[in-house]
Design a protein around this ligand. Structure first.
Ligand code: TRP
Ligand code: ZN
Length: 877
């Protein structure tokens, strides 16, 4: 490797900024060949900085073309400053001064989708984390907060809509058919929250009246083609605004709230102050084109970005190591919002599934890092499941330890005390300690230690003294840079079931007790327990840990029907399935014929027949653990064994419960008139999972069912479910004609075309890779659109295990080819695509060799980005 590898940045090296920027005046002239950016910054030395006469060092980028630099009205010449690729240094500046800076940039050629770029001809920005420096030289760090004024000049015809943060304060016309608009954002903010949009956009408007009676226009800007997909996001936004007032006492603060939908976007969405910018896939929806899952996802993301207005914008991060301060907290907030809007237990199951499959895998891999990382090479690589989802779990544990009321007191204190400031996760925890009097010193290890703790639980019952003891041992495997872990403070919610399945009253007559595990090993004693109970452990998944307790299969069946904790009822079913599948995998690998334990068939039969159960929960219980979760649980991942055994179990269940599945399908089949409520969603889920089970039977009769559903469905949930079944079936002609028909019907709708790519990318067929390769050549495929890249390449490599992990290594070679190509255009997307290769240690020796060879090839690429360098080099260890 070359000598000048990118160097890491460490939390321990944090220093306050040497300068502050009180005011930032920006002036943009948007053009086809270049965009002119003029900035006027009111700078002063930071009184908190102890470095005497520090130089002013502004962040920049090699794509900036510096045209002019002026201090207090005096032009500087080349000798007055030092300019390198990423830094503009002024050694000798006054204590207070105005710096004017003129740069030329080329948004039309910016494929990184960071900074100012174009999407379908519209100008837009993405500045988090460090994109603002691609617009102009600046102190591009979150602890420098400034009041922004932005003027945008552009052709009135082509860019009638010109937006930035805050409120519009002035506008006018100039020469050559150009017009201008000036925006003012009164709230000081870091540069990462800056946004600008210029385009020919349509406006859909709504109104929200705040708790204190202020009328806030809500403006959703979209391309004309998307006008029929705006209602859902606006409704979700109004629900979010109301919820934040009711649950956190937080009102919206500006005079208007804007959302813009763009097709080219690296992530889901961005919380720019007053002007959220969304990936169109995360905001636009209607029943004809959008699945139920996507509807729910959109509601959650709209809420997430809105909630950032307080948790992120009014109170922001001191530095990027504190990213989870805003992301963990905001994910916790949006998750609670979704729980309140729908079924709390179902939402919990969905969150835990993501955490246990993807985040646990991250925690066990070479990129493992604490919720508050100690170092990074490229911060974009740390927008991770650990920072977001595990970070949310950490906040959830604080919520659990304090209880709802004290948590609210703590969040009030946090928002009031730190309003307008850039702070740390420690400040957040300290506010929670202050209101509750609880000592969270040990608890803070959740922020500093990486890896997933494991709890080994054993128990004993003492009939002579009516006494039950639980012994819990905690451990946490080493992770990069952290060979030894200190014990965590872990809240373990426990219930004890008597022989009839009733909760035995515990301390204070409660059915659930919150044990506080702090030692490496600790024994908890329960008195007055009349007979040996069945423990219900970690109720509601009260901590992000792996829990091991030696349940018998009969215990699990018992918990499945009796546990008063809905989450653990579902969890018992998952544990039962996992245990049975793992047994069958052992049989498969030993060449023994496996037989499906009738306990699982009986449990499924019961759930399918009991019409009194909550149908949304039934739809969750009837889903077997995913291949990804089974892989996460395995010591070494046997790709074929996991896939084949899971399919065998699905088929066995379908065969033995055929009539019940058919009945369930018929009973829940959509009858027209799409509705988006919990009951209707549960019905469609049951209908479509029944179809999926039945399709494993491979009969012409079931094929016909799928085809009919495909042809007659009036909503995308049913259409896409049927298409997925057809795309995976063995009837080749029917498969291909369905895929063709779908494309013919939907080729004009970019978001639906993404789904068409994904269905094919995830299809379990022998020629899946060849199919994906030929789709790269399809006229609708576009390397410059991250949604397309994710839909085809991402889905194939992450969700088509058998295809991607082909033993000839062609799946790996395919991915590294694409990564190398993409890295030059969009490093963030390239680096994210690397994830499946980083997991090489979990596979057999042959695959290990093949995967590491591709990682090396990527690492040897000339001009490789920091982003991909960090992931590839850390993966090779
Ligand atoms: N802050 C955004 C969120 O709500 C994340 C985000 C959007 C982002 N776009 C990005 C992060 C680009 C890094 C790069 O979670
Ligand atoms: Zn966020």
């Amino acid at each position: 490797m070359s000598k000048n590898n990118p160097q890491p940045i460490h939390l321990k090296d944090y220093r306050v900024p040497s300068f502050l920027i009180d005011k930032t005046d920006l002036h943009f002239e948007l053009g086809d060949k270049a965009t002119l950016v003029k900035s006027k910054l009111s700078l002063r030395r930071n009184p908190a900085c102890t470095v005497a006469n520090a130089a002013l060092e502004l962040n920049g980028d090699k794509s900036l073309n510096l045209r002019r630099l002026v201090i207090d009205g005096k032009d500087l010449s080349v000798g007055d400053y030092e300019l390198s690729e990423e830094l503009l240094r002024l050694a000798d500046v006054p204590d207070y001064f105005t710096l004017e800076c003129v740069t030329l940039i080329n948004p039309q050629d910016n494929t990184s989708l960071e900074g100012l770029y174009q999407s379908n001809g519209m100008f837009c920005t993405q500045c988090e984390a460090e994109g603002f420096r691609k617009i102009t030289y600046y102190l591009d760090r979150p602890d420098v907060m400034s009041v922004f004024t932005t003027t945008i000049v552009a052709s009135k015809n082509r860019f009638p809509v010109l937006l930035s943060n805050g409120n519009p304060v002035d506008q006018g016309e100039v020469d050559n058919g150009r017009h201008w608009v000036t925006w003012e954002d009164p709230f000081p903010k870091p540069a990462y929250l800056f946004a600008l949009v210029g385009g020919d956009l349509e406006l859909v408007e709504d109104l929200f009246i705040t708790a204190s009676g202020r009328q806030i226009p809500l403006r959703l800007y979209v391309e004309k083609k998307d006008l029929n997909k705006c209602e859902h996001a606006l409704d979700a936004l109004k629900r979010s605004m109301r919820w934040d007032e009711e649950v956190y006492g937080r009102e919206y603060d500006l005079d208007i709230f804007m959302i813009v939908a763009v097709d080219h976007f690296n992530m889901g969405a961005m919380e720019n102050k007053g002007l959220n910018i969304f990936n169109s896939s995360c905001v636009l929806a209607n029943p004809q084109t959008t699945t139920d899952d996507a509807f729910q996802r959109i509601e959650g993301i709209v809420a997430h970005e809105y909630f950032h207005n307080w948790s992120g914008n009014r109170v922001t991060c001191r530095d990027w190591f504190q990213l989870s301060l805003k992301e963990g907290f905001t994910v916790f907030r949006d998750s609670e919002f979704s729980a309140d809007m729908g079924s709390r237990t179902v939402k919990r199951i969905e969150d835990v599934n993501v955490l246990r499959t993807a985040q646990f895998a991250e925690d066990a891999g070479p990129m493992a890092h604490p919720v508050r990382p100690a170092s990074y090479i490229e911060i974009s690589n740390f927008y991770t499941l650990t920072v977001y989802e595990k970070g949310a779990e950490v906040v959830r544990m604080i919520h659990r330890l304090l209880g709802k009321d004290l948590f609210r007191k703590g969040s009030d204190l946090y928002f009031d005390r730190y309003d307008g400031q850039a702070v740390t996760t420690d400040d957040f925890v300290a506010a929670m300690e202050e209101v509750s009097g609880q000592d969270l010193t040990q608890f803070r290890r959740w922020y500093s230690q990486a890896g997933t703790p494991r709890l080994d639980v054993t128990d004993e019952y003492d009939p002579a003294n009516n006494c039950y003891r639980l012994t819990i041992e905690q451990s946490c495997a080493p992770s990069p840079g952290q060979p030894v872990k200190q014990p965590y403070h872990i809240p373990v919610a426990v219930g004890l079931l008597d022989e009839e399945g009733k909760d035995i009253p515990l301390t204070g007559g409660e059915s659930t007790e919150l044990l506080q595990l702090k030692e490496q090993s600790q024994t908890f004693t329960f008195e007055n327990i009349p007979s040996k109970p069945v423990p219900s452990l970690l109720r509601g998944f009260s901590a992000p840990v792996k829990l091991c307790y030696n349940y018998s299969r009969e215990d699990l069946v018992f918990l499945m029907s009796h546990d008063s904790d809905g989450f653990n009822r579902w969890e018992a079913g998952q544990k039962l399935s996992v245990d049975i599948i793992q047994g069958l995998i052992a049989d498969y690998r030993a060449g023994r014929e496996g037989v499906l334990d009738s306990l699982l068939v009986d449990a499924f039969r019961k759930v399918l027949s009991d019409r009194s159960l909550d149908q949304a929960m039934v739809a969750k219980v009837l889903l077997l653990p995913s291949e990804a979760y089974l892989g996460e649980l395995a010591e070494e991942i046997d790709v074929e064994a996991i896939h084949n055994v899971r399919e065998f179990v699905r088929k066995s269940l379908a065969t033995q419960l055929q009539d019940l599945f058919m009945d369930c399908y018929r009973r829940n089949r959509s009858t027209g008139g799409y509705e988006l409520n919990a009951e209707a969603v549960a019905q469609r889920r049951l209908q479509n999972l029944s179809l999926a089970y039945l399709m494993t039977l491979n009969t012409p009769a079931v094929l016909k069912l799928a085809q009919e559903q495909f042809q007659n469905a009036d909503n995308m949930t049913d259409t896409l479910s049927a298409l997925t079944q057809l795309a995976n079936c063995e009837f080749v002609e029917e498969r291909d004609s369905a895929l063709d028909a779908f494309y013919q019907r939907w080729h004009d709708d970019s978001l639906v075309v993404n789904q068409w790519f994904s269905v094919q990318a995830s299809a379990a067929r022998d020629d899946a890779l060849e199919q994906v390769q030929s789709l790269l050549e399809h006229s609708a495929f576009d390397f410059k659109n991250p949604n397309r890249v994710r839909a085809l390449i991402g889905v194939f490599c992450n969700q088509n295990s058998v295809g991607f992990h082909r033993l000839d290594g062609k799946g790996y070679r395919f991915l590294s080819d694409q990564i190398i190509k993409l890295d030059a255009m969009n490093p963030q997307i390239a680096s994210r695509l690397l994830t499946p290769l980083t997991r090489w240690k979990k596979y057999d020796s042959e695959r290990k060799k093949l995967m590491t060879a591709e990682l090396k090839r990527i690492l040897d690429t000339k001009g490789l980005s920091k982003d991909s360098f960090e992931v590839a080099s850390k993966s090779l260890g």
